[in-house]
Design a protein around this ligand. Structure first.
Ligand SMILES: [Zn+2]
Length: 187
């Protein structure tokens, strides 16, 4: 199985969301979790390609093109990693797919289940926001393989940020377990 891992945003170019108190940046959380997901998936026997880039699908030609790279590599699955932000009160975990009745949705369900379970074992108040359909996101729209975008928590929320800061290894293990659940055909 070839798993393409895309940590969202790009240090030095696009921080993504930033915690207003600690300054924790989405791009750094995504990069660290992505590297750990890669480690755990390789340990499980998967081939991986990890790419964090400012170029989602051709709009920044000087950077590596995420969708084109995943398609050219012929990845079996595509996982993009992000943190949410809204009004500092909203919180929880959600996983986005282009089409809720697709293989991607089954993959999203496997990842969401593992990640919510792990997060709630650490903080029982973590919210399961479920799966959401998003037809406007380039990495979901222009990838040829089942693709999901995991929103690992709200980085601007006082509670979610604690997990995003302190439990990156737990988060990565859970996401990798979700991928291997999907590969085994678990519901
Ligand atoms: Zn993001």
């Amino acid at each position: 199985m070839k798993i393409f891992i895309n940590p969202g945003h790009m240090p030095g170019v696009d921080s993504g969301a930033v915690n207003p108190v600690s300054g924790l940046r989405e791009c750094d959380v995504a990069k660290k979790v992505g590297e750990l997901v890669e480690y755990y998936l390789q340990s499980a026997g998967c081939s991986t390609m990890l790419l964090q880039s400012n170029n989602l699908c051709g709009e920044e030609p000087k950077d590596f093109n995420i969708c084109a790279s995943a398609n050219a590599w012929q990845a079996d699955l595509f996982v993009s990693l992000h943190c949410n932000s809204f009004n500092t009160y909203a919180r929880g975990i959600e996983t986005l797919v282009f089409d809720l009745s697709s293989k991607a949705a089954r993959l999203a369900g496997c990842i969401q289940r593992q990640l919510v379970s792990t997060a709630q074992n650490i903080d029982s108040t973590v919210i399961d926001r479920g799966l959401k359909q998003r037809t406007d996101l380039a990495v979901l729209k222009y990838t040829d393989m089942p693709a999901v975008l995991v929103e690992m928590g709200f980085i601007d929320n006082d509670f979610d940020v604690v997990l995003l800061e302190n439990n990156q290894d737990d988060i990565a293990r859970a996401i990798a377990r979700g991928v291997t659940d999907y590969m085994r055909g678990d519901k």
